[in-house]
Design a protein around this ligand. Structure first.
Ligand code: CP3
Length: 343
């Protein structure tokens, strides 16, 4: 397992073929997923080991990807400690009582082992089922989680989030510190149960200027990544629209930096530096193009990725629900068959 192509690439070691996995590889694009989820609410499925295990395995079986990502959600640890929230189909996480005051932080307590029994059970069972295929655990980064807790749901402009950040920095930092602690604990739980890598999703950090990211967010994401450093597994740090933040996100303590499709990987490699490996970054809509166009674009991604000390192929963000699974299967075959000639 430690010698798997995915883990070797995370460490910047030589690989026999380019590893590939997809963010949101499990989910609505798969008919077998939609069938299994029929009548079961999203969050319930995350806390049911029978479903979480099977859903995690579905894309591994179908595509032969080089890593599995644990079927869960960034709000699962918050639900586990009793925060009143739900995942509304077609909308995303919705929080019953959005955070407006310091008094509300008390609910953001540390994770107790009993809160995450089903998560530990799922991860342990998955590691057995997956054999030599590594499992990636994940958590939401403090900023992205805070945005849901403050806005009460998804937001385009993150107006209320930034309002709190600018007007009450003390409460802001207290909130993000709590979320960093919980995120770190949730990652530790998954790693100790057998996950061989983790990804910290700061999906919405790209809405911040570099200066604001560095002041208000980076120290907290760095705390999450540092809190699992002792466990020695590769740490991937990803966000959308983070072209201007890439160096900072790497400096926050990542081993691998995830890049969305807006920045070519050769440019990203210069920005990230520090010997860090890159992950990404085919436009998720490229899989809707004719196969020859899709594979030409994938080849461009692979060639640009050679500028980095290592490269893990992925999309620039999650698989879109309307994606044709056969197109993804062709993409995996193309990446696996790509001749990595010496540079
Ligand atoms: O395959 C995988 O990548 C693992 C599963 C996964 C899910 N959520 C399952 C899910 C992962 C890694 C996440 C992380 C997550 N959740 C993020 C960060 C990743 C990203 O996409 O940027 C964010 C921002 C969330 C919050 C969230 N949860 C959103 C925005 C949504 C989509 C809402 C919708 O219906 O369009 C969810 C729900 C969700 N999480 C689904 C899945 C498969 C869809 C719900 C369903 O199938 O009913």
């Amino acid at each position: 397992m430690n010698d798997s192509v995915f883990l070797r690439a995370c460490r910047g070691e030589s690989v026999s073929h380019l590893p590939v996995w997809f963010m949101r590889q499990a989910g609505r694009s798969l008919p077998e997923y939609r069938k299994l989820r029929e009548g079961v609410p999203m969050l319930e499925s995350c806390f049911r080991p029978d479903l979480a295990v099977e859903i995690t395995l579905q894309p591994v079986r179908r595509y032969g990807v080089d890593a599995a990502i644990f079927f869960s959600d960034i709000v699962v640890p918050l639900k586990a400690i009793g925060v009143d929230l739900d995942i509304v189909p077609g909308t995303g996480p919705v929080v019953a009582e959005p955070i407006r005051s310091g008094g509300q932080l008390a609910q953001l307590r540390d994770i107790e082992p009993a809160d995450v029994d089903p998560i530990v059970e799922s991860v342990k069972s998955l590691v057995g089922e997956l054999g030599a295929t590594p499992l990636i655990g994940f958590a939401g980064a403090p900023f992205t989680l805070a945005s849901y807790l403050i806005e009460g749901g998804p937001s385009k402009d993150h107006r209320l989030t930034k309002q709190l950040m600018y007007s009450n920095p003390e409460l802001w930092h207290a909130l993000l510190s709590r979320l960093a602690a919980i995120g770190g604990q949730f990652l530790r739980v998954q790693i100790e149960a057998g996950a061989s890598a983790i990804q910290l999703f700061d999906s919405w950090a790209g809405n911040l200027s570099l200066a604001d990211y560095d002041t208000y967010v980076k120290p907290h994401s760095a705390a999450v990544l540092a809190s699992v450093a002792d466990l020695g597994v590769p740490r991937i740090h990803f966000g959308v629209g983070t072209g201007e933040l890439l160096q900072s996100m790497g400096d926050a303590g990542a081993d691998v930096v995830g890049v969305d499709w807006r920045v070519s990987l050769d440019v990203a490699a210069k920005r990230v530096g520090g010997g860090r490996v890159l992950q990404g970054n085919l436009d998720p809509t490229a899989v809707f193009a004719p196969t020859d166009v899709m594979t030409a674009k994938a080849a461009e991604v692979i060639e640009a990725g050679r500028a980095a000390p290592g490269h893990i192929f992925n999309l620039g963000h999650g698989v879109l629900p309307a994606t044709d699974p056969d197109a993804l299967a062709r993409l995996v075959d193309f990446v696996h068959g790509y001749e990595l000639s010496p540079s």
